[in-house]
Structures are given as structure tokens and as C-alpha cells.
Design a protein around this ligand. Structure first.
Ligand code: HEM
Length: 228
């Protein structure tokens, strides 16, 4: 028996741009590093940092359901959510569920750490600009070495977290019949009418302004490094 549903706009274009932009940057960053295409690696790294910086700002000032304090609930709520995972029922969330929210924060933290450590990393001693992150000369050589090691190790943790994330999304499809992927592509989720209260979406101009702030921050850090 399928319950009647109505379409609700749950994810604004900014969250979706961030999500699929991030996925692309992670892929490009990974394969460019493996193939030694360093200029491409630096470019995708700067873009990734811009997107993560933007998402943090959007989590503070953006659409109501994209804000951290809307979707971050207690760890107890997250455990309850996981404990009830096998219970059938329609998808009633207009934001991340309690367990998914902690995964989102973990992914954002890992992405930020991956990007920031890259700014201070080097892959050669006797630095020329194109062989190290822009802040490698601003920290001691020992710190740059530590950041290089962290950058190389953390990618494996990030990839594991991504695997868990994707498996969780597919588990929701298989076990509960909840389709989370289409809403992350189109922005629209089919929901029972009783839960179909749309979130308050922020004005697009705010997205443009916050993206510009994040891009300026990353440009500024890169410029600092070029003068360093
Ligand atoms: C490099 C790979 C990936 C990373 C780093 C990543 C990261 C993230 C992050 C940070 C969010 C939170 C979005 C936000 O609130 O702004 C998210 C949500 C989501 N991601 Fe991914 N993701 C990746 C790959 C994928 C893939 C391949 C899929 C699809 C198969 C996917 C499906 C989703 C869905 C459906 C959500 C929303 C979940 C919900 O409704 O609560 N992700 N992802």
C-alpha cells in the first residue's frame, strides 16, 4: 500500500551545488595527485576549500534546513535513529536525519582538514612555488612535513567516510525505501502531506555573497603564499 505523497523543495541549489561540486573536486584531487598533475590538484584543492568554506557559512546563515543548529541533534537522538533503522515508515525529514547529520559534520570536518593540511604541505624540499601548498613557507619545515603526512593519511580516512556515507544512502533505499539521492539532485522530495512543511529557503543573493566571501578567503590565503 503506497501512501499519498506531495513534492516538497527540501534542498536549495546551493546545497546541491556544494554537494556535487565537492564530489567532483574530491575525484579530481585524488586522481590528479595520483598522476602528478599538480596544477590541476592545486586548482581543485582551492575550489574544494572554497566550497567547504561556503558550506560552513551556509550552515550558519543559509536556508533554514541547511543550518547546523536545525539538523544537529543530540548523539542520543542519533543512536535512537539508528536503533529504529529497520522500522518501516515514510521519509518525514526535510533536513538530514539525526544520525546522518553527524556524518555530514564528520565529512565536512575531514574535507576541511584535508584542504587546510594541503595548504601547508610540500612534496619536495627546496621548494619552488609549484611544488608546495601556499602556506608551506609560512610554517616551519617540521610543521610542513607533519601536514604533508596528515594530508597523505587523511585522504584514506576521507575515502572510507565517503564509502560509509554512500553505503548509508543506499541502505536507506534498500531497507526503508527512502530515496535520498533524487532530492540531492533535483532538490525535491516526495513526502506525506502531514510532514510536508517546506523549509524557509534563503535568498539566492545571499548564496552569491557567501560564495564570494569564501572565494575571497581562499584567494587571499593563496596570495599570502605567493608573497611568502
Ligand atoms: C566524494 C564523495 C562525497 C562526499 C565528500 C559527500 C559529502 C556529503 C556531504 C558533506 C553531505 C551533506 C550535504 C549538505 O548538507 O550540504 C552529503 C549529503 C548527501 N550525499 Fe554525499 N558525498 C559524496 C558522495 C555522494 C554520492 C556518490 C552520493 C549518491 C550516491 C551521495 C548522496 C548524498 C545524499 C543523498 C545526501 C543527503 C542525505 C540526506 O538526505 O540527509 N553522496 N554528502
Amino acid at each position: 500500500m503506497s501512501e499519498k505523497t506531495v513534492p516538497v523543495k527540501v534542498w536549495d541549489g546551493w546545497v546541491r551545488l556544494f554537494h556535487w561540486g565537492t564530489v567532483s573536486c574530491v575525484l579530481v584531487s585524488y586522481f590528479s595527485a595520483k598522476s602528478g598533475a599538480w596544477n590541476l590538484h592545486y586548482g581543485s584543492g582551492y575550489l574544494l576549500l572554497t566550497l567547504v568554506g561556503f558550506r560552513i557559512l551556509w550552515g550558519l546563515f543559509g536556508s533554514s534546513n541547511a543550518r547546523f543548529w536545525t539538523f544537529l541533534r543530540s548523539p542520543l537522538a542519533a543512536f535512537r535513529q539508528l536503533a529504529g533503522f529497520r522500522k518501516p515508515g515514510p521519509d518525514t525529514e526535510t533536513t538530514h536525519n539525526a544520525a546522518g547529520a553527524w556524518m555530514v559534520v564528520a565529512l565536512l570536518g575531514l574535507l576541511a582538514a584535508q584542504g587546510v593540511s594541503g595548504l601547508m604541505a610540500n612534496h619536495d624540499v627546496g621548494f619552488t612555488y609549484s611544488q608546495h601548498g601556499p602556506l608551506a613557507n609560512w610554517v616551519s619545515e617540521a610543521t610542513s612535513e607533519r601536514m604533508t603526512n596528515l594530508h597523505a593519511t587523511l585522504i584514506n580516512v576521507l575515502l572510507l567516510a565517503v564509502l560509509l556515507h554512500v553505503l548509508a544512502v543506499f541502505a536507506y533505499r534498500l531497507v526503508k525505501g527512502h530515496d535520498l539521492v533524487v532530492p540531492m539532485i533535483t532538490g525535491v522530495k516526495e513526502m506525506p502531506p502531514a510532514h510536508a512543511t517546506p523549509p524557509r529557503l534563503a535568498h539566492p543573493a545571499l548564496g552569491v555573497a557567501l560564495l564570494a566571501v569564501a572565494a575571497f578567503g581562499v584567494w587571499y590565503v593563496r596570495r599570502l603564499g605567493m608573497g611568502g
